[in-house]
Write a protein that binds this ligand. Structure first.
Ligand code: F6R
Length: 243
């Protein structure tokens, strides 16, 4: 795990963009794993601007998102499919059909999980996975206690995660109770991983992550200690409790 310390959110987004830009320039057929939430928005803005100024193309790329809420259709404004269209897909040249997000409204959610894993396999696996981290150390929606080998599965969200995500909903009780997420095992199969962390709310999780040297099920992000190619890009506030 290599740590890149940066000043703030903008610098974190710049560093992440530099890596993604380099990998996509070297391999235009790159398969990306993408995250939603506040953390990668700055990276997505930079990618949109690179595409719109002709510096980068997603025509041959592919992407798979980490997760989706159960019960929200792709046109629901709080769904992750909607978020991705709003922040990235509607503004770049990634063809429809080359991005995939688990369906939270599939009639058989277990079948949907199996379909998603098979689709990632069929695409040749994920080359570069982007991750944020939850205040409780989750990655994707893998909450504390998730097994290391887990693949795409349905999870019940913890109260901590529902509270952290309530800011995106009109009322806290509207936050769905379940989600589909890539498992820790799915994430670890990516060839390279970038974990982004910005802000004081991530400081506790980051301090724990950096104090560990191996997987501790109480901090799902610590699974990344089992992966050989991980970049952690974190700002001063997110690293403020590292001892
Ligand atoms: C989102 C995801 C989550 C977030 C995490 C941090 O697809 O998988 O693990 O990355 O909850 O969220 P933000 O970035 O909103 O602080």
């Amino acid at each position: 795990m290599r740590l890149i310390r940066v000043k703030d959110y903008a610098a974190m987004s710049d560093e992440a963009f530099a890596i993604v830009y380099e990998r996509m320039s070297a391999n235009p057929k790159l398969t990306l794993g993408l995250a939603t939430g506040s953390t990668p928005v700055g990276l997505y803005e930079r990618l949109v601007s690179a595409v719109q100024t002709g510096k980068l193309s997603f025509r041959e790329a592919r992407s798979f998102n980490l997760d989706e809420y159960v019960g929200l259709a792709p046109d629901h404004p709080q769904s992750y499919a909607y978020f991705m269209r709003e922040h990235l897909f509607d503004h770049i040249d990634l063809p429809a059909g080359r991005w995939d997000i688990p369906s939270g409204i599939a009639p058989d959610l277990d079948e949907e999980c199996a379909r998603y894993e098979a689709a990632i396999e069929a695409a040749g696996g994920i080359d570069l996975q982007i991750l944020g981290i939850g205040p409780n150390g989750h990655i994707g929606f893998n909450e504390p206690g998730t097994p290391l080998e887990s693949r795409t599965h349905v999870v019940e969200l913890t109260e901590s995660t529902r509270r952290a995500n309530a800011r995106f909903f009109e009322r806290p009780e509207e936050v769905p109770t379940h989600a589909i997420t890539m498992g820790l095992g799915t994430i670890l199969r990516a060839r390279e991983i970038i974990l982004l962390a910005s802000g004081e709310s991530k400081a506790e999780a980051m301090a724990k992550l950096l104090s560990l040297s191996d997987f501790d099920p109480e901090l799902p992000a610590s699974a990344l200690h089992r992966h050989p190619e991980v970049w952690v890009i974190a700002d001063e506030a997110a690293l403020s409790r590292v001892r």
